[in-house]
Design a protein. Sequence first.
Length: 368
Amino acid sequence: MKRVLTVIGARPQWMKASALSRALKDNKWGIEERVLHTGQHYSENMAGRFIEELDLPRAHHTLHVTHEPALRMGQMMEGILRAIQSDEPDAVLLFGDTDSTLAGAWAASRSGVPAVHVEAGLRSFDRNMPEEVNRVLTDAVCDLLFCPSQAAVDLLKAEGIATGSRPGLRVEISGDLMLDTARHFGGAAEPLAKASKHVLMTLHRPSNVDDSKRLKDWIEAAGATARSNEWKVVFPVHPRTAASAERAYGPNWKEACADRGIEVHDPAGYVQMLHWLKSVRQVWTDSGGLQKEAYFMGRPAVVCRGTTEWSELVDLGVTTLAPHPDSLEYRAMQLEQQAEGLDFSQPVYGDGQSAAHIAKTLQEWLNQ
């Protein structure tokens, strides 16, 4: 029996990990999974509810870390090192591009334990995003890289990272675990909700929300676009975003949003987000994960950033970039005009069976 230590700590990682944990359950592949929760997302809304809803295995290790990013990274590294020493895993399993991902990669490398990166090869080419730095460094030290698409494989190859380019390195196309999860909980995509008067919006990137003026500009742009089309905006608000909105509009910031046609909601669970996705006509977001979920559910998305790590979606025309708030309405109207011809059927992220592929490859790799 081989053992892996799964390191997770943020919402997108739970969605990916849940699919693979289901595949590894009951030791079907001869792999025992141990789980470490870094504590990167710490509130019940951001952590406990998602873990319960996705039926994730209970963590064998839970860290308690500060909210200050630089100190938190060191504390996570130290905690993961201790777990590696106590569990003696055959590999450390990492997901995505958060600080938890990089902390796990560093701890595995320092311990001499092979590291596996699920969702390798993504690049936005914006080093101002902490996630971009995390991706690049994680891919540089991991031993088995699972890529969600051919584009991710090609990006790694352009950086000189390919199977055999360093001793023991293996690069595989696996498809996307988030598609597995979306199909498990939400079923197949549904036709575009043409009669819908709702748009789903999320904003949480530091570049968009830490500056309260910048966030206010996004809210004003969203409100103006909604009013001109007689739409309503569904806006589940990240705690970081809520604090900035209060700085921008004062204690009555929720009422200010409502006056602009924006319905404020608490952070939503995964199933609730899928339900909203199926009932809206567009998505406006700066979230990497929600871009893909919109595609899985057949919804066009405006990405409120100047770059995206999911460039395939831009190439397909189902996603467009709005680098500044004043470009939101124009980009939303472009998608609206093109809605009839958008194609959400391309299997760019696999067939929804990525977990089985990853589990089979892990079994082979760990026993070689």
